[in-house]
Design a protein around this ligand. Structure first.
Ligand code: CP
Ligand code: NVA
Length: 306
């Protein structure tokens, strides 16, 4: 049976813990894995721009001895040039796995449904599971343990927020989300995360109070106020989010040894000030590097049975 990574509900908390351990092993000793994907080819279907996701998958596959084919918006034109299921069935005859970055989350679900090879979500409008897994790994690297930590996510209730809600609640990290009114994370995902939090013994809250969320947190996380595809809403969003900036005044409420996280790309002066993102508590480039390590482990895990 082929296995996909469409969102974090595809992996149990034990499987996530195992994946983090495998990632650590692979990061410590990359040369031991340099033939692990020998003879395997991975396709990257990207409908949106990317720096980290594209480059880290391409380099990661190469480091594992495999080969990557990049398919930008002009080549595939999902659902327009031909149906998503025809794309998926055709690519399943050439490739060993697909990484897809799409606008509609449903497109990734549809790709996976018709594919006979693993499909990995490289970001959709709803979820960004590779990012959240890299983030969990980065948090573990800094604090050794995940259980009992507290993460404050302050900003837009977007794809990154939704994946963190699932990832943190599964792994026993308390998560407090604060957004402006009208930008809350969607309810069904919050409810699913609340169920995981109950199982893992963590606390989850969603509010409009950035100060309260930041209080005594170990991790302060934010993301862009204007995600890819929302450019037309920029003016309204910059106005609506202006009290949710991560700045020195806000991070003073966190624990003294807090870390600042951001999936990048960042907008200094908007969601975060320069002094915070470029300051001593920021681990944003460790997060970016860890995308490479975790994705190598994800590929290995999903391709091991195929
Ligand atoms: N964080 C992230 O996914 O970055 P890219 O959009 O550059 O891939
Ligand atoms: N929320 C952002 C994440 C970018 C990695 C977006 O979807 O554009």
């Amino acid at each position: 049976m082929k296995r996909d990574l469409i969102n974090l509900q595809d992996f149990s908390s034990d499987e996530i813990a195992e994946l983090l351990e495998l990632t650590q092993k692979m990061k410590n000793n990359p040369s031991a894995y340099n033939q692990a994907l020998k003879g395997k080819t991975v396709g990257l279907i990207f409908q949106k721009p990317s720096n980290r996701t594209r480059v880290s998958f391409e380099v990661g596959v190469w480091e594992l001895g495999g080969y990557c084919v990049y398919l930008g918006p002009e080549e595939i034109n999902l659902g327009v040039r031909e149906s998503t299921s025809d794309v998926s069935k055709t690519l399943s005859r050439y490739l060993d796995a697909i990484v897809a970055r799409t606008h509609r989350h449903q497109d990734i679900i549809d790709l996976a449904k018709s594919a006979t090879i693993p499909v990995i979500n490289g970001l959709s409008d709803l979820f960004h599971p590779c990012q959240a897994l890299a983030d969990l790994f980065s948090i573990k690297e800094k604090f050794q343990e995940l259980k009992g930590l507290t993460l404050a996510y302050i900003g837009d209730g977007n794809n990154v927020c939704l994946s963190l809600l699932l990832g943190c609640s599964k792994m026993g990290i308390n998560i407090h989300v604060a957004t402006p009114k009208g930008y809350e994370p969607q309810n069904d995902v919050v409810e699913a995360a609340a169920g995981y939090a109950e199982e893992s013994g963590s606390i989850l809250s969603v509010s409009h109070n950035a100060q309260k969320a930041a209080q005594n947190s170990n991790i302060i996380y934010t993301d862009t106020w204007v995600s890819m595809g929302q450019e037309a809403e920029s003016k309204q969003r910059l106005h609506d989010f202006k009290n949710y900036q991560i700045n020195n005044e806000l991070v003073r409420l966190a624990n003294p040894d807090f870390i600042f996280m951001h999936c990048l790309p960042a907008h200094r002066g908007q969601e975060v000030t320069e002094e915070v993102i470029d300051g001593g508590h920021s681990i944003v480039f460790d997060q970016a590097e860890n995308r490479l390590h975790i994705q190598k482990a994800i590929l290995l895990e999903l391709l091991k049975s195929s």
